[in-house]
Design a protein around this ligand. Structure first.
Ligand SMILES: Cc1ncc(COP(=O)(O)O)c(C=O)c1O
Length: 390
């Protein structure tokens, strides 16, 4: 169906941060399939484990035990400190599970119409509940009535959440992205997550982090919440977990991990042996190559080069990032830069919320890849002007 505004190019092969089209033209990928191919394309360890497991067993059912699902759950618990996992196939499904957990948490306390605090600028997916939790009038248009049970506050303003606690009965949870990816790489002020953790503890709410985009090394840590010193009650993952093999996870700590009982949630494909074993290999590879640290180092290098190349440019409003999640906010809509990058620079970039160039290179990128990306983006911005938008 006509759901995507696609660019006129398709790729037949990939390796690391490189892609090739059918004519053999080589491209540098600074999107990693929108934060999915953290290990780069066609990573040999992923390819090998996929082939091996495909020959052994792809799918049984959650009616039976699944050894690789249990192993993956244990690995993620050790990494995150969150003891239990529910496995699904995508980010929106992981968030659906989180939303259902929050509602159960409310109903267990006798709250019949539980409310979840969500953020301005949020993006949590496109199923009806996650679309309703998202703050995108464009994506929501035509799909009403939206799912009720969400109350929205400005992102980065812990005071607004605290004020809501005094005014609004029925709140059971706060759901947010630690860094907002889809709405232009927006970072909250320091101390924000700690303040939200405190409000949630005082009020008995669940703190639920959507790390679908930020998780698994992307921001220079295994999870973006870690530098804040807090731990969420619920965290969702997807995108990079299977390096392209569809898998999502909703992890929960002590306050939320016992809420679901048998029959209250499920997924036919979720947690199958193929996806879970692949995800275990992805985690091994991230760990073995210290990719979170690498993302932090490469991200700093990318930011410095963009700063150096674009400092003082009157059309550049801000350059910001966290690890290898980097945004360049321009004074004008810059969707046309994606096409120019493709044709003139053989570079894949992405634009969010019309005015922000978003870069999400693979965590395995070389220094040379990062330098090339920065140089190309600087060239593109410097040779572009608002009048080219049309
Ligand atoms: C923060 C966040 N949450 C959820 C989603 C939805 O994930 P999916 O497209 O796998 O459903 C995305 C996708 O971009 C995302 O960035």
């Amino acid at each position: 169906m006509n759901t995507y505004a696609r660019l006129p190019v398709s790729f037949v092969r990939g390796q690391g941060s490189r892609l090739w089209d059918a004519a053999g033209r080589e491209y540098l990928d600074a999107t990693a399939g929108v934060a999915v191919a953290g290990l780069g394309h066609a990573h040999p360890a992923v390819a090998e484990v996929l082939a091996e497991q495909a020959h052994l067993l792809v799918h049984t059912s959650n009616l039976w035990g699944i050894e690789w699902q249990a192993r993956l759950g244990e690995r993620l618990a050790r990494l995150s400190g969150l003891e239990r996992a529910f496995f699904c196939n995508s980010g929106c499904e992981a968030n659906e599970a989180a939303i259902k957990l929050a509602r159960l948490h409310g109903h267990r306390q006798g709250i019949e119409r539980p409310l979840i605090v969500v953020m301005q600028g949020a993006f949590h997916g496109r199923t009806l509940a996650t679309l309703s939790a998202s703050d995108s009038p464009k994506a929501q248009a035509g799909f009403g009535p939206l799912v009720e049970g969400f109350v929205r506050v400005p992102f980065g303003d812990a005071g607004a959440v605290r004020a809501l606690a005094r005014q609004q009965p029925g709140i059971v949870a706060v759901l947010l992205e630690p860094v907002q990816g889809e709405s232009g790489v927006r970072l909250p002020p320091p101390g924000y997550l700690r303040q939200l953790r405190d409000v949630c503890d005082e009020e008995g709410w669940l703190l639920m982090l959507d790390e679908v985009q930020t998780g698994l090394g992307r921001t220079g840590h295994w999870f973006a919440f870690q530098p804040s010193g807090i731990r969420p009650d619920v965290m969702t993952l997807a995108k990079a977990l299977g390096n392209g093999v569809p898998i999502g996870a909703c992890l929960a700590g002590a306050r939320a991990s016992q809420l679901f009982g048998p029959g209250q949630h499920g997924s036919t494909f979720g947690g199958n042996p193929l996806a879970c074993r692949t995800a275990c290999t992805v985690l091994d590879t991230i760990e073995g190559a210290s990719l979170p640290r690498r993302a932090a180092e490469l991200g700093l290098r990318l930011l410095h080069q963009l700063d150096a190349g674009l400092a003082g440019h009157h059309d550049v409003l801000d350059i910001r990032g966290s690890g290898l999640l980097v945004g360049i906010e321009l004074a004008w809509p810059c969707g046309h830069l994606v096409q120019r990058a493709l044709h003139e620079e053989a570079l894949l970039i992405n634009v969010t919320r019309d005015t922000t160039v978003r870069l999400l290179p693979p965590l395995t990128s070389s220094i040379d890849d990062i330098d090339r990306t920065a140089e190309a983006v600087v060239r593109l911005v410097r040779t572009s002007q608002a009048r080219q938008v049309a």
